[in-house]
Write a protein that binds this ligand. Sequence first.
Ligand code: ZN
Length: 251
Amino acid sequence: MRALLLSDIHSNLEALEACLAAAPAYDVVVNLGDIVGYGASPNEVIERSRELGKFFVRGNHDKAVCGLIDIKDFNPVAALASSWTRNQLTEENLDWLRSLPQGPLQIEGLSDTQFVHGSPIHEDEYVVNVGDAVAPLLVSPITITFFGHTHLQGSFTLSGDHVEAVHPAYRTVGQIESSQFPLKKDLRYLVNPGSVGQPRDGDWRAGFAVFDSDAGIVAFYRVPYNLKIAQDRILAADLPARLATRLAAGR
Ligand code: ZN
Protein backbone atom coordinates (compact mmCIF):
# COMPACT_ATOMS: atom_id res chain seq x y z
CA MET A 1 0.00 0.00 0.00
CA ARG A 2 1.18 3.51 -0.75
CA ALA A 3 0.23 6.19 1.76
CA LEU A 4 0.53 9.88 0.97
CA LEU A 5 1.55 11.58 4.23
CA LEU A 6 0.55 15.19 4.75
CA SER A 7 1.27 17.13 7.92
CA ASP A 8 1.12 20.69 9.24
CA ILE A 9 -0.66 22.19 6.24
CA HIS A 10 -1.58 25.21 8.38
CA SER A 11 -4.20 26.70 6.04
CA ASN A 12 -1.72 27.05 3.17
CA LEU A 13 -3.85 26.11 0.15
CA GLU A 14 -1.18 26.94 -2.45
CA ALA A 15 1.33 24.61 -0.80
CA LEU A 16 -1.26 21.83 -0.45
CA GLU A 17 -2.26 22.03 -4.12
CA ALA A 18 1.39 21.96 -5.22
CA CYS A 19 2.01 18.81 -3.15
CA LEU A 20 -1.05 17.05 -4.55
CA ALA A 21 0.00 17.95 -8.10
CA ALA A 22 3.52 16.61 -7.54
CA ALA A 23 2.60 13.47 -5.59
CA PRO A 24 3.05 10.10 -7.29
CA ALA A 25 0.21 7.53 -7.26
CA TYR A 26 -1.06 6.60 -3.80
CA ASP A 27 -3.75 4.41 -2.24
CA VAL A 28 -4.58 6.42 0.88
CA VAL A 29 -3.93 9.85 2.32
CA VAL A 30 -3.01 10.19 5.99
CA ASN A 31 -3.12 13.67 7.51
CA LEU A 32 -1.00 14.12 10.66
CA GLY A 33 -2.74 17.26 11.91
CA ASP A 34 -2.38 21.04 12.17
CA ILE A 35 -4.62 21.41 9.17
CA VAL A 36 -5.32 25.02 10.16
CA GLY A 37 -3.61 27.89 11.99
CA TYR A 38 -1.14 30.51 10.60
CA GLY A 39 -2.25 30.60 6.94
CA ALA A 40 -5.12 32.43 5.29
CA SER A 41 -7.19 29.66 3.66
CA PRO A 42 -8.61 27.56 6.53
CA ASN A 43 -11.99 26.65 5.04
CA GLU A 44 -10.50 25.81 1.65
CA VAL A 45 -7.76 23.64 3.20
CA ILE A 46 -10.25 21.76 5.41
CA GLU A 47 -12.56 21.11 2.50
CA ARG A 48 -9.72 19.96 0.22
CA SER A 49 -8.33 17.73 2.97
CA ARG A 50 -11.73 16.14 3.59
CA GLU A 51 -12.05 15.30 -0.10
CA LEU A 52 -8.79 13.35 0.09
CA GLY A 53 -9.93 10.72 2.56
CA LYS A 54 -10.81 9.87 6.10
CA PHE A 55 -7.53 9.34 7.94
CA PHE A 56 -6.65 12.21 10.26
CA VAL A 57 -5.13 12.86 13.65
CA ARG A 58 -5.70 16.21 15.31
CA GLY A 59 -2.96 18.77 15.88
CA ASN A 60 -2.60 21.31 18.68
CA HIS A 61 -3.64 24.15 16.35
CA ASP A 62 -6.74 22.21 15.28
CA LYS A 63 -7.64 21.81 18.96
CA ALA A 64 -6.99 25.47 19.79
CA VAL A 65 -9.04 26.81 16.89
CA CYS A 66 -12.12 24.78 17.82
CA GLY A 67 -11.81 25.51 21.55
CA LEU A 68 -10.59 22.13 22.80
CA ILE A 69 -7.50 23.73 24.35
CA ASP A 70 -6.83 27.24 25.61
CA ILE A 71 -4.69 29.51 23.42
CA LYS A 72 -3.02 31.02 26.49
CA ASP A 73 -0.05 28.67 25.98
CA PHE A 74 0.39 29.88 22.37
CA ASN A 75 2.83 32.65 21.47
CA PRO A 76 1.05 35.94 20.60
CA VAL A 77 1.30 35.46 16.83
CA ALA A 78 -0.03 31.89 16.97
CA ALA A 79 -2.82 32.95 19.33
CA LEU A 80 -3.86 35.78 17.04
CA ALA A 81 -3.88 33.48 14.02
CA SER A 82 -5.91 30.96 16.00
CA SER A 83 -8.68 33.43 16.88
CA TRP A 84 -8.68 34.79 13.32
CA THR A 85 -9.10 31.24 12.02
CA ARG A 86 -11.94 30.51 14.44
CA ASN A 87 -13.81 33.57 13.14
CA GLN A 88 -13.33 32.50 9.53
CA LEU A 89 -14.42 28.89 9.82
CA THR A 90 -17.92 27.74 8.99
CA GLU A 91 -19.84 26.02 11.80
CA GLU A 92 -19.57 22.76 9.89
CA ASN A 93 -15.80 23.00 9.60
CA LEU A 94 -15.46 23.90 13.29
CA ASP A 95 -17.56 20.86 14.22
CA TRP A 96 -15.45 18.72 11.94
CA LEU A 97 -12.22 19.94 13.59
CA ARG A 98 -13.72 19.17 17.00
CA SER A 99 -14.45 15.60 15.88
CA LEU A 100 -10.89 14.79 14.76
CA PRO A 101 -9.35 11.82 16.61
CA GLN A 102 -6.35 11.91 18.88
CA GLY A 103 -3.47 9.70 17.76
CA PRO A 104 -2.01 7.14 17.66
CA LEU A 105 -4.03 6.07 14.63
CA GLN A 106 -3.61 2.71 12.96
CA ILE A 107 -4.90 1.86 9.50
CA GLU A 108 -6.00 -1.51 8.16
CA GLY A 109 -3.54 -2.70 5.52
CA LEU A 110 -0.61 -0.82 7.07
CA SER A 111 0.53 -3.25 9.71
CA ASP A 112 2.95 -2.36 12.49
CA THR A 113 2.62 1.33 11.58
CA GLN A 114 1.04 4.18 13.53
CA PHE A 115 0.32 7.85 12.97
CA VAL A 116 0.52 10.65 15.56
CA HIS A 117 0.76 14.44 15.60
CA GLY A 118 3.52 14.91 18.19
CA SER A 119 4.75 11.60 19.58
CA PRO A 120 3.32 8.21 20.54
CA ILE A 121 3.73 9.23 24.21
CA HIS A 122 1.81 12.51 23.97
CA GLU A 123 0.02 14.08 21.02
CA ASP A 124 1.53 17.53 21.70
CA GLU A 125 5.12 16.45 22.46
CA TYR A 126 7.85 17.84 20.17
CA VAL A 127 10.36 15.30 18.82
CA VAL A 128 13.03 17.66 17.52
CA ASN A 129 16.33 15.91 18.23
CA VAL A 130 17.86 12.52 19.00
CA GLY A 131 17.37 13.06 22.75
CA ASP A 132 13.64 13.64 22.25
CA ALA A 133 13.34 10.54 20.05
CA VAL A 134 14.82 7.99 22.47
CA ALA A 135 11.84 7.53 24.80
CA PRO A 136 9.13 7.34 22.09
CA LEU A 137 11.24 4.84 20.11
CA LEU A 138 11.89 2.64 23.14
CA VAL A 139 8.40 2.78 24.60
CA SER A 140 6.36 2.22 21.46
CA PRO A 141 5.62 -1.40 20.53
CA ILE A 142 5.05 -0.37 16.90
CA THR A 143 7.91 -0.45 14.37
CA ILE A 144 7.13 2.64 12.30
CA THR A 145 5.62 5.85 13.67
CA PHE A 146 4.83 8.75 11.38
CA PHE A 147 4.65 12.08 13.18
CA GLY A 148 4.49 15.83 12.53
CA HIS A 149 4.34 18.88 14.81
CA THR A 150 8.00 19.99 14.49
CA HIS A 151 7.78 20.98 10.78
CA LEU A 152 11.18 19.29 10.30
CA GLN A 153 11.38 16.64 7.60
CA GLY A 154 13.38 13.53 8.40
CA SER A 155 13.67 10.40 10.45
CA PHE A 156 14.98 8.95 13.70
CA THR A 157 16.15 5.34 13.64
CA LEU A 158 16.60 3.12 16.68
CA SER A 159 19.27 0.45 16.20
CA GLY A 160 20.11 -1.44 19.39
CA ASP A 161 20.23 1.36 21.94
CA HIS A 162 21.51 3.94 19.46
CA VAL A 163 19.33 6.59 17.80
CA GLU A 164 20.35 8.21 14.54
CA ALA A 165 18.78 11.27 12.90
CA VAL A 166 18.58 11.51 9.11
CA HIS A 167 17.45 14.56 7.17
CA PRO A 168 17.02 14.22 3.42
CA ALA A 169 19.69 15.96 1.34
CA TYR A 170 18.50 17.95 -1.66
CA ARG A 171 20.45 19.48 -4.53
CA THR A 172 18.39 22.55 -5.40
CA VAL A 173 16.40 25.23 -3.62
CA GLY A 174 13.68 25.75 -6.20
CA GLN A 175 12.78 22.52 -7.98
CA ILE A 176 10.67 19.48 -7.22
CA GLU A 177 12.92 16.90 -5.61
CA SER A 178 12.53 13.61 -3.84
CA SER A 179 14.81 11.58 -1.61
CA GLN A 180 14.36 7.87 -1.03
CA PHE A 181 14.76 6.45 2.45
CA PRO A 182 14.69 2.63 2.56
CA LEU A 183 13.64 1.19 5.93
CA LYS A 184 15.62 -1.76 7.29
CA LYS A 185 13.89 -4.70 8.88
CA ASP A 186 14.27 -5.05 12.66
CA LEU A 187 14.94 -1.34 13.21
CA ARG A 188 12.45 1.07 14.70
CA TYR A 189 11.57 4.39 13.09
CA LEU A 190 10.03 7.77 13.81
CA VAL A 191 9.45 9.51 10.48
CA ASN A 192 8.31 13.09 9.87
CA PRO A 193 7.09 13.78 6.30
CA GLY A 194 7.78 17.51 6.81
CA SER A 195 5.36 20.40 6.84
CA VAL A 196 3.22 21.14 3.80
CA GLY A 197 2.37 24.71 4.72
CA GLN A 198 5.11 26.11 6.99
CA PRO A 199 8.47 24.28 6.77
CA ARG A 200 11.01 25.25 9.45
CA ASP A 201 14.19 23.58 8.22
CA GLY A 202 15.38 26.52 6.13
CA ASP A 203 13.91 25.11 2.90
CA TRP A 204 10.85 27.11 1.81
CA ARG A 205 9.46 24.32 -0.39
CA ALA A 206 6.39 22.39 0.77
CA GLY A 207 7.27 19.02 2.30
CA PHE A 208 5.47 15.70 2.24
CA ALA A 209 6.26 11.98 1.94
CA VAL A 210 4.95 8.78 0.43
CA PHE A 211 5.31 5.51 2.32
CA ASP A 212 5.35 2.36 0.19
CA SER A 213 4.70 -0.36 2.76
CA ASP A 214 5.35 -3.27 0.35
CA ALA A 215 8.75 -1.94 -0.74
CA GLY A 216 9.56 -0.61 2.76
CA ILE A 217 10.55 2.80 1.39
CA VAL A 218 9.71 6.34 2.47
CA ALA A 219 10.11 8.89 -0.32
CA PHE A 220 10.49 12.45 0.99
CA TYR A 221 9.50 15.30 -1.31
CA ARG A 222 10.07 19.05 -1.54
CA VAL A 223 7.91 21.03 -3.91
CA PRO A 224 7.98 24.72 -4.85
CA TYR A 225 4.59 26.43 -4.69
CA ASN A 226 3.07 29.82 -5.35
CA LEU A 227 4.58 31.53 -2.31
CA LYS A 228 3.52 35.03 -3.44
CA ILE A 229 -0.18 34.17 -3.47
CA ALA A 230 0.01 32.48 -0.05
CA GLN A 231 1.82 35.54 1.36
CA ASP A 232 -0.57 38.04 -0.27
CA ARG A 233 -3.55 36.23 1.22
CA ILE A 234 -1.99 36.41 4.71
CA LEU A 235 -1.31 40.15 4.36
CA ALA A 236 -4.76 40.84 2.87
CA ALA A 237 -6.34 39.02 5.85
CA ASP A 238 -4.50 41.34 8.28
CA LEU A 239 -2.76 38.38 9.85
CA PRO A 240 0.70 39.21 11.30
CA ALA A 241 3.18 39.98 8.47
CA ARG A 242 5.68 37.64 10.11
CA LEU A 243 3.47 34.72 9.04
CA ALA A 244 4.03 35.74 5.41
CA THR A 245 7.75 36.51 5.61
CA ARG A 246 8.64 33.32 7.47
CA LEU A 247 7.28 31.23 4.59
CA ALA A 248 9.99 32.59 2.28
CA ALA A 249 12.71 31.76 4.81
CA GLY A 250 11.38 28.32 5.65
CA ARG A 251 11.60 29.19 9.36
ZN1 ZN B 1 2.18 22.63 13.20
